[in-house]
Design a protein around this ligand. Structure first.
Ligand code: MF3
Ligand code: CO
Ligand code: CO
Length: 288
């Protein structure tokens, strides 16, 4: 029983792309994209953001999470691109839909959104071999104060962390800023699931923890590297529980709300560039 749980946790860490450090040091230069490669990432990020803007009009009370997933699949295929999660490590849907106490990796299904829910929709597209990855938490109708506040916190923490980045800075700048923002408001930061490098691969070096640790203090964000910033903020305790019936859905252990936002970021010689900014989505400073 205990061993099974340990194993499930280990498999899930592998799924997230943790532990790819072996042999990475000599390959870091390959992660510093050329201008042509950066344009590939820009195009993928822009398409992914366009898809999020398309979904925006449909997300509200009465739609099921499976219907959202269908919109993602059809829109992506109509544009001749590929949903990255479809078939990824056995995952069978085109997006993740994480409602209320679900922290991340919620699987679209029969659930119908209702007034008062908060839902994170996380989409990743493959465009000409490059990945764009982003998520937003949406407020459905009238949401509790706590739901609104935890959503605001995740949004502000993400933008604060991105704004603090400088070329060559340690990865831990992200964790420093996310923790500060969450602590200020009495919320907690999830540790088990992290941001990640991405490019031609969905999940690659470096890991981007949202709480600083020894490794992230040593690793640096060099010009030309692409990665996600995707803090998960819990209203109550930071602890998580993996659903052992589907081995994907991650919930807060205390059943309280959790919110998340995610952008794909390119570190340039002159600072960070957000690759997944929507036209109609919330921008830095937005009040929910
Ligand atoms: N999009 C998620 C991320 O931000 C990963 C989802 S993997 C899945 O990294 F298989 F669960 F969809
Ligand atoms: Co994502
Ligand atoms: Co991601």
């Amino acid at each position: 029983m205990y061993l099974g749980r340990l194993l499930a946790r280990f498999v899930n860490r592998l799924r997230r792309g943790d532990g790819f450090e072996v042999g990475m040091l000599q390959n870091i230069r390959k992660l510093q994209l050329t201008e042509v490669q950066r344009d590939g990432m820009r195009f993928a990020g822009q398409f992914n953001a366009q898809l999020m803007d398309y979904l925006r009009q449909y997300i509200g009370a009465g739609i099921s999470t499976d219907e959202i997933d269908r919109l993602v699949t059809d829109y992506t295929h109509q544009h001749k691109h590929t949903p990255a999660t479809l078939g990824y490590l056995g995952y069978t849907k085109s997006c993740c839909t994480s409602v209320n106490e679900v922290i991340c990796h919620g699987i679209p299904g029969d659930y119908v959104l209702k007034n008062g829910d908060i839902i994170n929709v996380d989409i990743t597209s493959i465009v000409d071999g490059w990945h764009g990855d982003q998520s937003e938490t949406f407020l459905i109708g009238e949401v509790s104060n706590e739901g609104r506040r935890v959503t605001q916190c995740a949004f502000d923490a993400m933008h604060r962390a991105i704004a603090a980045l400088e070329p060559g800075c340690p990865v831990s700048v992200i964790g420093d800023n996310v923790v500060e923002e969450a602590t200020l408001r009495g919320f907690t930061v999830v540790r088990e699931y992290v941001g990640h490098g991405l490019g031609r691969r969905f999940h690659q070096y470096p890991n981007i923890p949202h709480v600083p640790d020894r490794k992230s203090k040593q690793e640096r964000l060099l010009p030309g590297m692409c990665f996600t910033v995707e803090p998960m903020i819990n209203a109550g305790s930071r602890f998580t529980r993996l659903d052992t019936t589907d081995n994907w859905t991650v919930r807060t252990r205390d059943g309280r709300l959790s919110a998340q936002f995610e952008h794909t970021v390119l570190m340039r010689e002159d600072g960070p560039e957000i690759l997944t900014q929507c036209v109609n989505g919330p921008r830095r400073g937005h009040k929910f």
